[in-house]
Design a protein around this ligand. Structure first.
Ligand SMILES: Cc1cc2nc3c(=O)[nH]c(=O)nc-3n(C[C@H](O)[C@H](O)[C@H](O)COP(=O)(O)OP(=O)(O)OC[C@H]3O[C@@H](n4cnc5c(N)ncnc54)[C@H](O)[C@@H]3O)c2cc1C
Length: 241
């Protein structure tokens, strides 16, 4: 990521500060701030663990979806990804419409922004909201942002006029799971050693020697509260092993 930004290659700057390896990035089609890996992804090379053969997968063969790919489903645990090919843009269209990016860029006061400006803005926003996994154990976003029918959205809006939404194909909208969790009064709630992060309620943290059971029970409590309040079932983004 950093080397692409340094070289002024555009396309993945909105994924700045997502922790992890290149090989893991296609597994869940990592995404943030309106951009997903699949937007620049061309192909990958992988070793088939059964045959030992090297195989190649093009973008359309990876079945990328929202935090999803074929490697989380029918090809789960069957390949080790050894190379990823991305098509970067030398004169990219910067994607600054999502979240607070625009606001952060305005603060810099420049008229035109570079790839590095966008990356720096995102790093600043993320650092303020997300706990550093090196200091506080966490897995990033615990739940996916749910995609709901517009009918349900309008029904919720009657009681919650401030419900935010993002465009999504078809008759659906994407709702920030963090907003749903916060509206249920769960920000900062602790269960055993696990807690809902205060600055970003989509993240569950290991606050004080949390067990896996603490985290799972807290996640299930959140799912239940959100379901009874809004009629929306939050799907876990993390993989429970
Ligand atoms: C603070 C924080 C913020 C985060 N923010 C985001 C975010 O904004 N957007 C987002 O999408 N994710 C986010 N995540 C999740 C995480 O960064 C991604 O899932 C990342 O891809 C994990 O990389 P990893 O190398 O740690 O993979 P791991 O967690 O070690 O592995 C993930 C899965 O991929 C498999 N895998 C790993 N490497 C390979 C390989 N080479 N070949 C085949 N299979 C492999 C593993 O077996 C496992 O099933 C965040 C996590 C944290 C802790």
């Amino acid at each position: 990521m950093e080397s692409c930004v340094r070289a002024n290659f555009g396309g993945i700057e909105n994924l700045s500060l997502i922790p992890g390896t290149v090989g893991a990035a296609p597994i869940q089609n990592i995404g943030a701030y309106g951009v997903e890996l699949k937007d620049t992804f061309e192909a990958l090379e992988a070793v088939n663990l059964q045959t030992g053969e090297i195989e190649y997968f093009l973008n359309n063969e990876c079945q990328f979806g929202y935090r999803d790919s074929i490697f989380k489903n029918e090809l789960r645990d069957q390949y080790i990804i050894t190379n990823v090919v991305l098509r970067m843009a030398k004169t990219p269209v910067l994607n600054t419409q999502y979240g607070n990016i625009q606001k952060e860029l305005e603060r810099i006061g420049k008229k035109e922004f570079t790839i590095k400006d966008v990356s720096d803005a995102i790093i600043k926003i993320r650092s303020e909201k997300l706990p550093d996994p090196a200091k506080t154990g966490n897995a990033g976003s615990f739940f996916k942002n749910p995609i709901i029918d517009k009918d349900l959205y309008h029904a919720i809006k009657v009681s919650y006029a401030d419900i935010p939404s993002f465009d999504n194909p078809g008759n659906t909208l994407k709702i920030p799971a963090a907003w749903l969790i916060e509206k249920c009064g769960l920000k900062g709630v602790q269960h055993g050693g696990a807690a809902v992060h205060l600055n970003q309620p989509l993240v569950l943290i290991n606050k004080d020697h949390a067990s896996g059971q603490n985290i799972l029970e807290l996640a299930e409590m959140i799912q239940e509260k959100v379901k009874t309040t809004f009629g929306i079932l939050l799907e876990m983004e993390v993989r429970i092993v």
